[in-house]
Design a protein around this ligand. Structure first.
Ligand code: L3W
Ligand code: SF4
Length: 441
């Protein structure tokens, strides 16, 4: 059984409220941290090996150490709670059931980074969660863990919750900062990174909800102990939101040593595939990461089991591997049609493109139109190569990762499931009336 660090108290009734959270040892990590210097906390975070849980897996301690500290310029911590990646719903769970874990993590992180005003930018569609967070903030303030002179240390912290307007692109960190400043959420060119020029051009750390929540157990058990959990550079525990064709969709905390097979089939996690259907493919890290067929999902190209961690999922690069991403684990059984699935994603990215870069603005629309043609039985064989060509021209040629995120699912679908694209083109009548999966397995 995986060790639980983040969700260990999630089942306790009333854990959402300060009193219950405190009885379970809540805010003890903050009390410990506030007796340390910011540099000592930073060393613990570096020692933990924690990697950003939003999708990129960038080392948190390194990001914090990049934070510029010019004299007299305020710094900020911004928590990215704009969880909009299809298949990803782990941060919602944390904020809804364990809001004080996030607030405590923000207190420790803000103290370490020297932020006296920190923000939670939350996805607009999570309409019921800001009230939960604001209530937790008020409770923490009443107990002396937020506000002025926290625990007599002289450190002041205010936390504000800002609702997003419903655009996926505002989850990209610089678009988020634009939106937080009250502007349209268009991504900025990087560098400069937010650590140097972020919110209102001030040094800013933007971290995912889960990354900041993980700071609490790191302070509890020390960075060195945290680093002993997991394997290699995949330290600590990771939340996975599992959905699709599985018996037990939900949010699971894993320690990144389990295999993909165990995760899908064991009763502790997904509980297998309904009706004894076969596994066809999986997207393990949210819709932006490459889809992987079952044979390469259960084993790497070298015949090794594939594990639920950053390195093993990426093993073989994008040709045979995929990415841990945000941990949005989507399972597809044998009945699913990859062309239809890819078309749905292409429509999503086209809709969410902010339109600043031509390859993304135009390319995502072209990919959607071609995929729709193929799905509807009006495609030609050369359309497959055209699709391939378009995705190649998007990847790496845009301001923000949304371009890559739109290109990779198309590339992986063609690479691994070309026969399905060809079936749709060769069988136009069947293509209009039948699902490839149902017709062919
Ligand atoms: C200072 C440097 N800071 C890098 C910072 C940078 C950022 C972090 C990672 O995209 C991915 C994307 C989605 N000085 C720095 C530096 N940083 N070099 O490190 O940066 P980067 O550019 O590798 O990635 P990103 O722009 O943060 C995130 C993928 O995640 N994704 C999307 C998930 C969506 C959600 C959601 O809805 N919640 O998680 C899923 O896989 O495609 O590749 O902070 O500033 N020299
Ligand atoms: Fe906007 Fe797409 Fe360019 Fe990102 S890649 S800045 S979403 S047009």
């Amino acid at each position: 059984m995986s060790k639980k660090l983040l969700l260990k108290d999630a089942h306790i009734e009333g854990i959402r409220y300060f009193e219950t959270y405190r009885k379970q040892g809540g805010y003890e990590a903050a009390e410990k941290a506030l007796k340390m210097t910011p540099d000592e906390i930073l060393e613990e975070v570096k020692a933990s090996g924690l990697r950003g849980r939003g999708g990129a897996g960038f080392p948190t301690g390194m990001k914090w150490s990049f934070l510029a500290k010019p004299e007299g310029v305020p710094r900020h911590l911004v928590v990215n709670a704009d969880e909009s990646e299809p298949g990803t719903f782990k941060d919602r769970y944390l904020m809804e059931f364990l809001p004080h874990l996030l607030i405590e993590g923000m207190l420790i992180s803000s103290y370490c980074l020297g932020s006296n005003t920190s923000y939670i930018y939350i996805r607009g569609e999570y309409s019921w969660i800001p009230d939960i967070l604001e209530e937790a903030i008020e409770e923490a303030k009443a107990a002396g863990f937020l506000g002025e002179n926290i625990l007599g240390t002289g450190f002041d912290l205010e936390i504000y919750v800002q609702r997003g307007g419903g655009a996926y692109i505002c989850g990209e960190e610089t678009a988020l900062l634009e939106s937080l400043e009250g502007k349209r959420g268009n991504p900025r060119l990087k560098p400069p990174f937010p650590a140097v020029k972020g919110l209102w051009e001030r040094p800013t750390v933007v971290n995912n909800v889960e990354s900041i929540a993980a700071i609490v157990p790191i302070m509890d058990i020390t960075g060195a102990e945290y680093a002993k959990i997991g394997v290699g550079r995949s330290t600590g525990t990771k939340l996975i939101s599992a959905c699709g064709n599985i018996n037990k969709p939900g949010v699971y905390e894993i320690d990144m040593t389990i295999t993909v097979e165990e995760f899908i089939y064991s009763e502790e996690y997904c509980g297998g595939i309904p009706n004894g259907k076969k596994l066809k493919a999986c997207i393990p890290g949210g819709s932006s990461v490459p889809i992987v067929p079952a044979n390469l999902l259960l084993k790497t190209i070298n015949g090794e089991p594939r594990y639920m961690n950053y390195e093993s999922l990426a093993d073989g690069g994008f040709a045979t591997g995929t990415m841990m991403g945000s941990g949005g684990f989507i399972v597809l059984d044998e009945d699913q049609c990859i062309v239809e699935h890819t078309m749905t994603l292409a429509r999503f990215y086209n809709h969410e493109s902010c339109g600043q870069c031509t390859p993304c603005r135009e390319g995502t629309g072209w990919m959607y139109k071609i995929l729709k043609k193929i799905e509807n039985g009006q495609g030609k064989m050369e359309d497959i190569d055209l699709l391939w060509d378009i995705q190649r021209k998007i990847e790496g040629n845009t301001i923000c990762p949304l371009g890559d995120a739109a290109a990779w699912p198309v590339a992986a679908a063609i690479r691994h499931f070309r026969d399905e694209f060809e079936w749709h083109i060769k069988n136009p009548e069947l293509s209009q009336t039948q699902n490839y999966g149902l017709a062919n397995y």
